[in-house]
Design a binder for this molecule. Structure first.
Ligand SMILES: *Cc1c(COP(=O)(O)O)cnc(C)c1O
Length: 441
């Protein structure tokens, strides 16, 4: 007999009212962000040229461990939160493992990924501060989609620069952004000076995150009342994402268990930090009981093969210098299907925590990630985002170890999104057209 899938939800009065800011409690704080010209630490004032003031303040806040979630943001979170914590009995059974596998399902909001958790507060703060326009770049498209919707609900204009080649490869993501009222421009474009320069030099440039970032940053800095937003990497983004782990902590208690292992896929670190930090807070000073695992693609292995150093956040070198594990800002990741994980660096908080031994990274080859995604779909009935497949693959590795040792470990992972608009990726896998990539040493 198959055990029924078990799901845990929170009632409205159990929903978290504050985010958790791990920076305030870290033993070694992240190193400061530096101005690339002067090499001086950046202040919140410096950052608020680009970002909403409140986000700039949160970015550098190493004092307050708990930060109130504005009432209006709580109200919008209630449209889709709490998200379910699910015991994956069917997956356990298919693996024949004694491990207890739970996942926090962040794919259930209508936009399909955890990105909305930060898009809502970022747009809220912009609105509060009298900003009228927001802009961003998007590669795979999940961030652009979440921002487009959040901007619309706050009455903000939204301009998204989408990498030209991924706009052609994933046409539905730009359709979704436009449905929510955003202006979507393929990058490089003729609408900015940076774009024009690139096109003049290389008329058929396919675009990259680097070109899209430079265009969005230029728009934000040359347009009055326009701010730039990011969906990953920055500290304030991970802060907003802690809603995931704070809910999960209460839901695990409802299930009467506490996790031995916590796993999330890793692009810039926001869904990982979001799930992990609220649990990690109990062991920043004591014994390191929980095994925290960040699952990255073998083709873009900054945690397992990168260097800890100051580096730019973007390919073109426009951003501040960030202290992080990085493969180098000129690293060109291959065009794997987990688009959200193709980033050369890791967030500064996670980088410091990795350096200090609070967590570890594992790298997952592309074919293993899709094998895991297929097994998950066929057991739990949810088609996971190609990014999330990495977390599932790492979970399966751990569950198989438990089968060998007979340990009944409790494993919790983050299902960061669903893969329903990534079916071309699944088609390629099912047709046998995908291969594994490992960067040259
Ligand atoms: C963007 C994205 C990621 C990677 O970003 P992180 O900041 O590392 O969480 C992972 N999964 C999904 C579904 C995404 O959209």
């Amino acid at each position: 007999m198959m055990k029924e899938q078990k799901r845990y939800f929170l009632t409205e009065d159990q929903l978290p009212r504050q985010w958790y800011n791990i920076q305030a409690e870290m033993v070694n704080k992240p190193l400061p962000l530096l101005d690339p010209k002067t090499r001086q630490p950046l202040t919140a004032d410096d950052l608020s040229v680009l970002f909403a003031k409140e986000c700039a303040k949160q970015e550098l806040d190493t004092e307050h461990a708990w930060i109130d979630i504005p009432e209006e943001v709580q109200r919008r979170y209630r449209y889709y939160r709490s998200t379910p914590l699910v015991r994956a009995y069917a997956l356990e059974q298919a693996l024949g493992t004694p491990a207890h596998i739970y996942f926090k399902n962040e794919s259930v909001n209508p936009l399909g990924s955890h990105k909305l958790n930060s898009a809502i507060p970022q747009c809220y703060y912009c609105k509060q501060e009298g900003v009228t326009n927001v802009t961003t770049e998007t590669g795979a498209g999940q961030w652009g989609v979440a921002l487009s919707y959040a901007a619309k609900t706050f009455g903000l204009e939204c301009a998204v620069y989408q990498v030209k080649i991924s706009m052609q490869q994933k046409p539905y993501r730009s359709s979704i952004m436009r449905t929510f009222g955003a202006t979507v421009t393929g990058s490089p474009s003729m609408s900015t000076r940076a774009g024009k320069d690139i096109i003049t030099r290389e008329p058929n440039h396919p675009g990259s995150l680097g070109t899209a970032i430079s265009e969005a940053v230029e728009l934000a800095t040359t347009t009055p009342d326009c701010k730039y937003t990011l969906g990953s990497v920055m500290n304030h983004v991970s802060l907003h994402q802690t809603i995931i782990g704070l809910e999960a902590e209460k839901q695990m208690a409802m299930a009467g268990e506490s996790p031995d292992t916590i796993i999330a896929c890793f692009g810039g670190g926001s869904n990982f930090g979001g799930l992990a930090f609220p649990f990690m807070r109990h062991q920043l000073r004591g014994d390191k009981k929980i095994d925290f695992i960040a699952a990255e693609p073998a083709s873009c292995p900054k945690l397992t093969k990168g260097k800890f150093q100051y580096d730019f956040g973007d390919a073109a070198g426009y951003t501040p210098l960030l202290p992080m594990y990085t493969l180098g800002h000129d690293f060109k990741p291959v065009n794997i299907h987990a688009g959200g994980l193709r980033y050369h660096g890791a967030g500064t908080i996670v980088s410091q925590l990795l350096k200090d031994g609070y967590m570890r990274g594992v790298d997952i080859p592309q074919l293993e990630s899709f094998d895991a995604g297929l097994l998950f779909a066929r057991t739990e009935g949810i088609i996971p985002a190609p990014e999330s497949c990495h977390a599932i693959a790492a979970t399966i590795r751990e569950a198989k170890k438990c089968k060998e040792t007979g340990e009944e470990k409790v494993i919790l992972f983050c299902l960061s999104g669903h893969g329903l608009i990534d079916m071309t990726a699944y088609d390629s896998f099912l047709n046998g057209d995908l291969i594994n990539y490992v960067p040259n040493a």
